[in-house]
Design a protein around this ligand. Structure first.
Ligand SMILES: Cc1ncc(COP(=O)(O)O)c(C=O)c1O
Length: 372
């Protein structure tokens, strides 16, 4: 494995220092929740090794997201990131061919890259509304392809996918005997309602998700994967056991509590997301130097400075951070030019979001290249 730090992590707000940031538009979750909100008294909890697959009641709850899924199909992992790592390292070896959409949440690309896999990128474009086109995925699959990897709703664009497109991708993978990884970390935040859990659609499909983004619980590091291929889950469990034996009983107990609060909790979360989105929509409409493809899920969007506007991009990002104490996710976090920026609209307060968006506009204007 050839590890290197990903810019999205090395430059993340928590690594940069939350205390140095006034307007944090770089997050990809709703605001972080406190333990007190979950009302969890953990005083009696025995700090033992837990069930190696994850707390049974938690796995049952997760399985209830997909008809036909059973607790045994679910493996609780150290965040969705942990699931992605286990899947990539279990399924891929150096030289193995996989198809990955780009831009993407960086781990979906970086772990296969660290393995030395042969990556065929399907590059999504602004002009095509960031669509993950089943025909383009199918065209990238070869006889050697071992894995197709998509993220929906998508990070960093916040774009979803019609159910028919997901089913078309599943059908093509089935027809060609290729495994499909669907990173569903934003699934519950799809504005038009969630897509089916991919693992319910095919034994070749693996679903990945977590509580980090929708509920603002990244600090418990609890995610999961689901697959109806029992042999595969067993191999993934073997990988998990080699890394950590089991997950944290503390984290999983809190995660179960959060899941059980979901029905009461989620509507308020979605209302907050809609408010944030409306503020970004108003900002884009008011600033003629930026444009976007409006997201239809998740809590991030990926606007850009219009291509006909000449901006010193290094200066722009420097001014934004150093003079306005405002952070966004620059394009290079996603292997895209820095004229793109990921803006998270669910984490900051409404006031800081509006202020931060104004700062983006101001920093662009401070960085315009004067042409004669
Ligand atoms: C699409 C996607 N997948 C996975 C993750 C990993 O999140 P976590 O490990 O906190 O669940 C992220 C985090 O940004 C993400 O955006």
């Amino acid at each position: 494995m050839r590890y290197r730090r990903m810019p999205i992590e090395a430059e993340s707000p928590e690594e940069f220092g939350y205390d140095r940031i006034r307007c944090n538009l770089a997050e990809s979750s709703v605001a972080d929740a406190s333990l007190a909100l979950l009302g969890t008294d953990l005083g009696d909890l025995l700090l033992q090794y837990g069930d190696h697959r994850g707390l049974p009641a938690l796995r049952e709850h997760i399985a209830s997201d997909g008809p036909g899924l059973k607790a045994h199909d679910v493996l609780v992992t150290a965040g969705a990131a942990g699931a992605l790592f286990l899947i990539a390292t279990t399924l891929l070896q150096e030289g193995d061919h996989l198809v990955v959409v780009r831009p993407n949440y960086a781990t979906n690309i970086e772990t296969p890259r660290a393995i030395g896999a042969d990556i065929a990128f399907v590059d999504l474009t602004f002009e095509e509304g960031w669509r993950i086109d089943p025909a383009r995925i199918a065209a990238a699959v070869t006889d050697r392809t071992r894995l197709v990897s998509i993220t929906v709703p998508h990070n960093p664009t916040g774009r979803g996918m019609p159910e028919a497109d997901l089913r078309a991708i599943v059908a093509d993978c089935e027809a060609r005997g290729v495994r499909l990884l669907v990173d569903e970390t934003y699934r519950e935040m799809a504005f038009g309602g969630p897509l089916p859990v991919a693992a319910t659609l095919s034994e070749l499909a693996i679903s990945v998700s977590s509580l980090s983004k929708t509920y603002g619980l990244p600090g418990i590091r609890t995610g999961w994967l689901a697959s109806r291929d029992a042999d595969l889950v067993e191999r993934l469990l073997a990988a998990k056991e080699q890394v950590s034996i089991t997950g944290s009983i503390v984290d999983e107990t809190i995660a179960l509590r959060a899941r059980r609060m979901r029905d009461a909790w989620l509507p308020g979360i979605m209302a907050g997301i809609a408010e944030g989105l409306a503020l970004v929509r108003a900002w884009v409409a008011s600033d003629e130097l930026v444009e976007w493809v409006e997201p239809d899920g998740g809590v991030v969007c990926f606007p850009r400075i219009r291509p006909d506007v000449e901006v010193d991009l290094d200066l722009f990002h420097r001014v934004l951070v150093e003079e306005y104490a405002t952070v966004v996710g620059p394009g290079h976090w996603f292997e895209r030019p820095d004229s793109y920026m990921r803006i998270g609209y669910g984490w900051p307060t409404r006031e800081r979001l509006v202020e931060g968006l104004g700062n983006v506009s101001a920093a662009i204007r401070r960085s315009l290249v004067q042409t004669r």
